[in-house]
Design a protein around this ligand. Structure first.
Ligand code: GAR
Length: 222
């Protein structure tokens, strides 16, 4: 594999588990015209499959195991040291399942994105697919947002929807949403790397204009 172009935006991905979104980003950034490179992948779970995916792609990895720290700030100080050593332009949370302190989030203001498996502001937190089914929702989906101090509440940049069928289960809905996640996250990361997407205070700007409502990929978009 050729070494990344150091003038390109440097993307650092944090993950905790399977890393299917990481895989989608690896595949997207491997394309010749993608304007950014994944320079490192960090995990809080030493056995996360995401680490294997990164190794397969010859991407540098690091592990900061949260169970080895007595406090959240101590864990985050170690994590921050690893991240800052790589001087990323963008930090992409891809299934990184740790709650982050306000200090940590503020340190990376405007350069940290998250993907969340619901149409925020509905269903922050966990078990989003079950909650959408329990509520009898007809539409569910995924949101990419800038990370701010509000858990799963930072300004949304883009959403993609899925239609819930009468016979959907958590398993089928997870799979439907996952397909959209893998489509949506590389698009938003590309926008950021192209310099089209910024956070101005708490307001996302796209091509310099306020992004009043998230870009919305309807269910038939792919
Ligand atoms: C994804 O569904 C992502 O939206 C979710 O974790 C999963 C990770 O899957 N993130 C959150 O719930 C964050 N609040 P992956 O490891 O296969 O990419």
């Amino acid at each position: 594999m050729s070494s990344p172009d150091i003038t390109e935006p440097r993307i650092l991905v944090l993950a905790s588990g399977n890393g299917s979104n990481l895989q989608a980003l690896i595949e997207a950034t491997n394309s010749r015209d993608f304007p950014g490179s994944i320079i490192a992948v960090g995990c809080n779970q030493p056995r996360a499959f995401a680490l294997e995916r990164a190794a397969q792609a010859a991407i540098e990895t690091f592990v900061v195991d949260h169970t080895e720290f007595d406090t959240r700030p101590a864990f985050e100080a170690a994590l921050k040291a690893h991240i800052d050593r790589h001087a990323p332009d963008l930090i992409v949370l891809a299934g990184f399942m740790r709650i982050l302190t306000d200090d940590f989030v503020r340190h990376y203001h405007g350069k940290m994105l998250n993907i969340h498996p619901s149409l925020l502001p509905r269903y922050t937190g966990l078990n989003t697919h079950q909650r959408a089914l329990d509520a009898g929702d007809a539409i569910h989906g995924v949101t990419v947002h800038f990370v701010t101090e509000n858990l799963d509440g930072g300004p949304a940049v883009a959403q993609a929807e899925v239609l819930i069928a009468a016979d959907d289960t958590v398993t089928t809905l997870t799979e439907k949403v996952r397909v959209k996640e893998h489509l949506l996250y590389p698009i938003v990361v590309r926008w950021f790397c192209e310099g089209r997407l910024h956070l101005d205070g708490d307001r996302p700007l796209f091509d310099g204009l306020p992004l009043e409502t998230p870009t919305y990929l309807p269910d038939d978009a792919g």
